[in-house]
Design a protein around this ligand. Sequence first.
Ligand code: C2G
Length: 129
Amino acid sequence: MRKIITYGTFDLLHYGHINLLRRAKLLGDYLIVGLSTDQFNDEKHKSAFFGYKERQLVLESIKYVDEVIPEETWGQKINDVKDYDIDVFVIGDDWEGEFNFLTRYCEVTYLERTKNISSTKIKQSLRNV
Ligand code: C2G
């Protein structure tokens, strides 16, 4: 079984996230999502509209997603790849090059980001309504 992992906040879920998760799942048989905890979002200087439990519920309802684990630190990826026997790490190309250190442990794939959509854009548009 070819196992894939990706990470993110996945707040205000939108088609850009779904495009990423769909393509990630196409690379293997089992997709794990490392979901940023509220505390880790603080470290990323990101404020999510929904809390971890709500974002976890949404992600676990997506047919491409097989498992959701908490992402609590920048440093957990190597252990996750080993502990979950991961074959491929996938993330959007806004992170191009940032995770090449993982190539010692698994394949690393950067997928093109979906243009013109982001949780931030959604929040900004709603403010202007
Ligand atoms: N994404 C995308 N297209 C968009 C928006 C997001 O492909 N229009 C992808 C991102 O590249 C990422 C995933 O969807 O792979 C989740 O996006 P975010 O929730 O913004 O994730 P981020 O804050 O970048 O967290 O350790 C890694 C970080 O936790 C990644």
